[in-house]
Design a protein. Structure first.
Length: 275
């Protein structure tokens, strides 16, 4: 099978997006993911049988719903190449909204202390450390498997982040200038969960309305923030009003929400009000 035939079959027979088909073929060929021009220049070259079978397997798994990042083992997040697999959520571009807001909040703070709760692949913590090398960045996750992925990413990227296993802020004594989190926020029983069956369920769902983890974090955060420290949370597309209300009731000020690339209120946060 020629390269052009393989791509055509993946798109027409399996219904794959052309970009996904190209990236999976580059992965099968052990070529860089930014080498799509090479495919165009060599579209009449034949695939060897082993590569062809590998590509067929990957495209079938993608058509069945497996995230592209799990198949290639890589996801770029805020300019960083992160290794990911089924032990962690596939980092979404929408989460970069949280990173940008966090960087703005600590812009004028020298050597800020930051913690990322539910770090998963380490995406948020590593992005913040990369952008602010002077920051003291910590990250927590309840999953030992997720921490193994995050720790490996930190070592490979040469970013000094302190990782620990735990339940949100329980057992943490330090105070931080910023607490950031992309916690599970999907309601149990949500029909869209079926489309996310390849990702770890504990990183997706949080109680009947999806807000259990956010309630816990909002309740625990004031005791672990420096005066005027910030708490920023990613949440679901329709949860911003509820999260803003939780922040207000917990004593936060300057409460706001930020929209993602689709214009959806994706993150909400506030600053700890002075006593």
């Amino acid at each position: 099978m020629e390269i052009r035939q393989a791509l055509a079959a993946a798109c027409s027979d399996l219904g794959l997006d052309r970009l996904d088909a190209q990236l999976l073929l580059l992965h099968s060929l052990d070529r860089p993911q930014n080498d799509r021009a090479w495919l165009l220049a060599h579209d009449t070259e034949a695939l060897d049988p082993a590569t062809e079978m590998r590509y067929i397997d990957l495209t079938r798994r993608r058509a069945a719903g497996t995230p592209l990042a799990y198949l290639t083992g890589m996801r770029e997040f805020y300019g960083l190449p992160l290794q990911v697999d089924e032990r962690v959520l596939d980092p979404r571009p929408d989460t970069e909204t949280l990173v940008e807001w966090a960087l703005a909040c600590i812009k004028d703070t020298p050597k800020p202390r930051v913690i990322d709760l539910g770090t998963g692949s380490g995406a948020i913590a590593l992005a913040l450390k990369h952008q602010r090398p002077d920051a003291q960045v910590s990250a927590v996750d309840a999953s030992a498997d997720a921490l193994a992925v995050a720790g490996a990413n930190a070592r490979r990227l040469g970013l000094a982040v302190t990782f620990s296993q735990g339940d949100w802020l329980k057992g943490i004594d330090a105070r931080f200038d910023l607490i950031a989190s992309n916690p599970p926020y999907i309601a149990e029983g949500d029909p869209h969960l079926e489309q996310l069956g390849h990702e770890p369920r504990q990183a997706l769902t949080s109680g009947p309305d999806g807000l259990d983890a956010i309630r816990t974090i909002v309740a625990e955060a004031p005791a672990r923030l420096q005066p005027h420290g910030w708490l920023l949370l990613e949440h679901g597309w329709n949860q911003a009003p509820a999260v803003r209300d939780l922040l207000m009731r917990a004593g936060f000020s300057r409460i706001d929400s930020r929209r993602d690339l689709a214009g959806v209120e994706r993150c909400s946060g506030g600053q700890l009000a002075p006593p």
